[in-house]
Design a protein around this ligand. Structure first.
Ligand code: ADP
Ligand code: MG
Length: 454
């Protein structure tokens, strides 16, 4: 399962990208990198709390064509005209502007991650054309596919090699430069995915276990056609911050030194408690009413200044209210659903599809009501999917827009697609225009790879 392989069979998309590259730079690419997007089947907003998640890589990907040269520059271009050309000197300090998350900054995250990991003072010059088929800002992780692609491009161009786990960890860390405090699921599945299987991704230590999905069902992705850029807004980081504060409050409530705890999973580990017991602890120790800054500072015995500096991120300094009870309840409940989902897949009971569907539905309800990361369009779409024959349906990715994933019995797929098409897409001209790339069946594909021109 090497990350590097010769580019063998001809492929239309590669050939088209090669043409674009040659017209743009006047030379041929010497290698390509493909990095897949992913769909998270269950386990939403819990990776950054330290909990395992259950995604699979999808066919849609970021593909880059690359040539290495002695220009002393990194030149970036994109097949999509909305993403502008960019050029930077190989000896300049890499700057990433989190207040203005343009596409090339995601690419530079990957470059910087690899540069720092190896202490490279002068990066190899390279020209690179990027082509993406993952709908952006839609919960299928186009951003991490781009960061991982850039990381792998930089490794190859500078003739550096490392394990998939190591490069996944580097890319998880370096995407933080864009300002979104993600937990590492996206970069991990991007590198550790294998064709034909979903994965349980565990953290600390990072590893990916096969999860065999039931034969009788297929997973269908549907985009509600509302984009949500995670770095350009604070929705995502607000949830990260609320979980961090809930962590401290629970640790404090149980008499622990809260300064040592950053993630909800750490409190569970320290208390040696089950997820059920953690849910009881939330009921007992965190009130349902939102918390004010004053109350949190008083309970933790910290100043307002410490609160802002230690607990909030740059883009959440404006927050005044924190729903700690609801967020912690979602996280511990969702973490339990992930483990339950995996055990159903492993034991294959006769009613697996029903059981898995029910877990997906509970996940959506928890995301909608407790975590408040859905939106009216996604709720409507999930409802339509269930009415159209899905056994389970839920928002996937961060939410607030983007995609739902549905589990549909294999024999009902054609009917399902037609019914969702009619009920969600064809009634709206904007959605109808996007329908082809917005409603599709997905199969688990392999992870990111370097394709070498022989
Ligand atoms: P996602 O849920 O897809 O990860 P994000 O909001 O995290 O969405 O990131 C989306 C951003 O990733 C886009 O605004 C763009 O900057 C970048 N991006 C996604 N796809 C491409 C692409 N094909 N080419 C260049 N940049 C891309
Ligand atoms: Mg993203």
């Amino acid at each position: 399962d090497s990350i590097r392989c010769p580019k063998t069979f001809p492929e239309e998309r590669l050939e088209a990208l090669k043409d674009t590259f040659e017209r743009k730079f006047g030379v041929s690419p010497i290698f390509y990198v493909r990095a897949p997007g992913r769909v998270n089947l269950i386990g939403e907003h819990i990776d950054y709390c330290g909990y395992s998640v259950l995604p699979m890589a999808i066919e849609q990907s970021i593909l880059a064509a690359v040539s290495v040269n002695s220009s002393g520059q990194i030149r970036l271009a994109n097949t999509d005209a909305q993403y502008q050309d960019y050029m930077v000197s190989c000896s300049a300090d890499i700057f990433i502007d989190r207040n203005n998350p343009k596409w090339h900054y995601y690419f530079l995250c990957g470059v910087k991650g690899v540069q720092e990991a190896f202490g490279i003072t002068e990066l190899a010059g390279m020209s690179c054309v990027v082509d993406g088929t993952i709908p952006p800002s839609s919960g299928l992780s186009s951003s991490s596919a781009l960061v991982c692609c850039a990381g792998l491009v930089t490794l190859e161009a500078n003739q550096k090699y490392m394990t998939k786990v190591a490069i996944a960890e580097i890319c998880a860390k370096c995407e933080l430069y864009i300002g979104t405090e993600g937990g590492g699921m996206d970069q991990s599945i991007c590198f550790l995915a294998e064709a034909g299987t979903a994965k349980l991704i565990e953290f600390q230590p990072l590893r990916a276990l096969d999860v065999k999905l039931p034969n009788g069902a297929v997973f269908v992705i549907s985009n509600c056609c509302l984009e949500m850029n995670k770095a350009a807004s604070s929705y995502f980081n607000i949830r990260v911050v609320e979980c961090r504060i809930a962590t401290k409050m629970l640790a404090k409530a149980r008499g622990l030194d809260f300064s040592r705890f950053l993630k909800l999973a750490q409190v569970q580990t320290e208390l040696k408690a089950s997820l059920k017991e953690m849910l009881l602890l939330v009921e007992e120790m965190l009130h349902v009413e939102p918390y004010s800054r004053e109350e949190i500072c008083k309970v933790l015995g910290i100043t307002m200044e410490q609160f802002s500096a230690d607990l909030l991120s740059d883009n959440t300094q404006h927050l005044t209210q924190f729903k700690l009870h609801q967020r912690a309840k979602h996280v511990y409940g969702e973490a339990a659903r992930v483990l339950h989902f995996k055990s159903v897949c492993d034991s294959e009971p006769a009613d697996s599809i029903q059981l898995l569907g029910e877990l997906m539905n509970q996940s959506h309800i928890s995301c909608r009501d407790l975590y408040e990361c859905s939106c009216p369009q996604l709720d409507q779409l999930v409802e339509i999917c269930l009415k159209s024959g899905a056994v389970g349906s839920r928002l996937t990715g961060a939410g607030w827009g983007g995609c739902a994933v549905s589990m549909v019995p294999r024999e009902r797929v054609e009917y399902f697609l037609q019914a969702v098409r009619d009920a969600y897409y064809l009634c709206d001209p904007l959605r109808a225009a996007m329908e082809k790339q917005s409603l599709f069946v997905s199969k688990p594909v392999g992870g990111a790879a370097v394709l070498l021109e022989h």
